[in-house]
Design a binder for this molecule. Structure first.
Ligand code: NAD
Length: 360
């Protein structure tokens, strides 16, 4: 039976990355029944909706999607599609492996860690009070009168909810990931020394969950210390579980450790489905130029293959990618020693090289 998957090419450089990824996934020999669906700025301009209902229906029906990046306009226009998808399908866990493949330019070649980011709570919950608004005035009154905690009149406020429910399921999923993938240690990151009732709760729950997994080592790190250690000895970390905002920032830090955004894949997994996509955005300045690196989306495809139990195909695709990167010959500009190296190949030729490597 072919795997039924919704494929969202996205916008900007998304469609060219998607085409290259589709080709390498099909070259593994695994059968897919793709349902191509729109999301992003192009469909927004045509239909006034960046995430049409037909796209949501397709994911609802299949429970599985792979997605190219989509642009989120700053200030005006539509809201983030990724945030909408996370909410719609309760994609509470964002898994981002950061592995430095041989041949990439990195100061940290020994990096091989996995970031597990909580996706639904924290400062991303969208509970915000605008400076000068009636709601903000009410909140200021409450804080001053009831809690003796005045805030300035010219302040805006964002609320950071972190629950036992949300913390428990994300930490549990980090331990499960460790168990299923032969990892020995989980590190929880937080700022519990300052935010006792949100990060403190996260840490307390993490410790309780850790007790249920005695075979996996557990430790915690204050987030600033973790950042310092990641850029000095990343090899000491295996699986790192974090609340939403720290997870967002540390994911990009992780991408930097392994050689850049073009190499960092991701999986958003939840109760209502799983959506696989790269960490990077739509890189619109390179749109239509057949230039950007498809590795991150291809590795997201590797994660999808593993998710559906196609382990052998996943290994073959990952090894093919690793070989192309190691040889460093048929790679995109970002993997060359100089950004304007004339020997860099395009997105599509990179896919050809991966397919050739898988066949050999
Ligand atoms: P970006 O990740 O799109 O690009 C930043 C820079 O990183 C690019 O200019 C390029 O130099 C490099 N880069 C990114 N991907 C690359 C690749 N595959 N190969 C080689 N180099 C690559 O970040 P941005 O410019 O801040 O965001 C552009 C748009 O993407 C924004 O609208 C943002 O909201 C959106 N975005 C979408 C997603 C998503 O869909 N998952 C994630 C992040 C950002």
């Amino acid at each position: 039976m072919p795997h039924r998957v919704t494929f969202i090419p996205g916008d900007g450089t998304g469609p060219e990355l998607a085409k290259a990824t589709q080709r390498v996934l099909e070259a593994t020999g695994v059968e897919f029944d793709w349902d191509f669906q729109d999301a992003g700025i192009d469909v927004y301009e045509e239909e006034g909706n960046a995430l049409p209902e037909r796209t949501l229906d397709s994911i609802r029906e299949r429970g599985l999607a792979i997605k190219g990046p989509t642009t989120t306009p700053v200030g005006s226009g539509h809201r983030s599609i990724n945030v909408a998808l996370r909410k719609e399908f309760d994609l509470y866990s964002c898994v981002r492996p950061c592995k430095a493949y041989e041949g990439v330019r990195t100061r940290f070649p020994e990096t091989d860690l996995v970031i597990v980011r909580e996706n639904t709570e924290d400062l991303y919950a969208g509970i915000e009070f605008e400076k000068g608004s009636p709601e903000m005035d009410k909140l200021r009154g409450f804080l001053a009168d009831e809690l003796d905690s005045p805030v300035r009149e010219d302040a805006g406020v964002s609320i950071k909810p972190i629950s036992v429910f949300g913390s428990e399921r994300i930490v549990e999923s980090a331990f499960q990931y460790a168990e299923e993938n032969g990892r020995k240690k989980v590190t929880a990151a937080h700022k519990a020394n300052i935010m006792k009732f949100s990060d403190g709760l996260f840490l307390e729950v993490a410790r309780e969950v850790a007790e249920r997994h005695p075979d996996i080592e557990f430790e915690d790190r204050i987030i600033d210390n973790l950042c310092n250690q990641l850029v000095s000895r990343p090899e000491e970390y295996e699986v790192i579980v974090l609340p939403n905002l720290y997870g967002d920032i540390v994911s990009d830090l992780g991408a930097g450790l392994i050689g850049g955004l073009g190499l960092a894949p991701g999986a958003n997994i939840g109760t209502e489905g799983a959506i696989f996509e790269a960490t990077h955005g739509s890189a619109p300045k390179y749109k239509g130029q057949n230039r950007v690196n498809p590795t991150a989306l291809m590795l997201s495809g590797v994660l999808m293959l593993r998710h559906v139990g196609e382990t052998e195909a996943a290994d073959r695709l990952e090894n093919g990618l690793a070989e192309v990167i190691r040889k460093g010959d048929k790679v995109t500009y970002d993997l060359k020693p100089s950004r304007d190296d004339p020997s860099a190949v395009g997105t599509s030729e990179f896919a050809d090289a991966v397919i050739e490597e898988m066949g050999s």
